[in-house]
Design a protein around this ligand. Structure first.
Ligand SMILES: [Cu+2]
Length: 120
């Protein structure tokens, strides 16, 4: 008769993987705690979202930085609106848009970051 060793099942080793690939934000990765709204642009994963954002003239637009590092909100050359602000992790910046038009902007730190505000 064979002697059977009964292995005690249930010794489950949980491997807690340190996920770094998708957490470039100190605010939880992904949305970074920022939710885009009708008047708010999020800076998430080194991009503006949404873009373009369309608002009615007289609207104050808020940018929130959901990333864990700084961005800027800087008007493109020739834009009818002038702003240039560095926004740290978790920070916000607001700018009122009182004139209709399309206003392009970018991040001075990351050359791939471009956005637009369309004002009706
Ligand atoms: Cu940036």
């Amino acid at each position: 008769m064979r002697l059977t060793h009964l292995c005690v099942a249930g010794t489950v080793t949980l491997v807690v993987a340190a996920v770094t690939a998708c957490s470039n934000s100190t605010y939880g990765g992904g949305s970074g705690g920022c939710t885009p709204t009708a008047t708010q642009v999020c800076m998430i994963n080194t991009a503006y979202s949404p873009t373009p954002l369309t608002v009615t003239h007289g609207t104050t637009v808020t940018w929130m930085n959901g990333d864990g590092f700084a961005h800027t909100v800087t008007n493109d050359a020739g834009s009818g609106e002038t702003f240039n602000t560095q926004v740290g992790a978790g920070g916000t910046f607001t700018h009122p848009f009182n004139t209709a038009g399309t206003f392009n902007y970018h991040c001075n730190i990351h050359s791939t970051m471009h956005g637009a505000i369309v004002v009706n």
